[in-house]
Design a protein around this ligand. Sequence first.
Ligand code: ZN
Length: 203
Amino acid sequence: MKLICIGRNYTDHIKELESEKPTDPVVFLKPDTSILLKKQPFFIPDFSDDVHHEVEVLVKIKKVGKYIDKKFAHKYYDEIGLGIDFTARDLQTQLKAKGLPWEKAKAFDGAAVIGEWLPKSNFKNIDDINFSLKKNGEVVQLSNTKLMLWKIDELIEYVSKYFTLKIGDIIFTGTPSGVGKVFANDELKGYIEDQELFSIKIK
Ligand code: ZN
């Protein structure tokens, strides 16, 4: 399975990183080895001094598809989740400056947190879901899927032009503002509405 990640999908996050607003979604992949195993802490890798949390809404693909029209995209997922796209920001900044791929900064072991899944049927409208991240009990990221530049079904249409979607693939839909550095002993908890979907210790 693969993790398909979207960058720069919330205007407020584009502003905080002083990035340009993209004309198409920014897409990158993480391998399955980047998934943080359940109940394991996240170890800050020794090649970075500035690992950031990026909380993101996740979509789990349940059906094989290619060139999926956004009108039919809802048929390809039943579950919505929440995760973290851990990013070695110092390394990413260096790579971006040289025009090089981001993988070393985003696809390393443990860089993908995947929380519990919720049935899509729990939501009246998947384009209106509140989600948040608490760091040591304090809300640091808080947003709503209606603020995405490209909504979930549009992302499925877009990425499936390039990649065949397979059962179990997961789409990370991009982070809102409030990204920040993590330190040893931090505790990160992710919520959709009031429901806690993951709790991670940083080491
Ligand atoms: Zn991200």
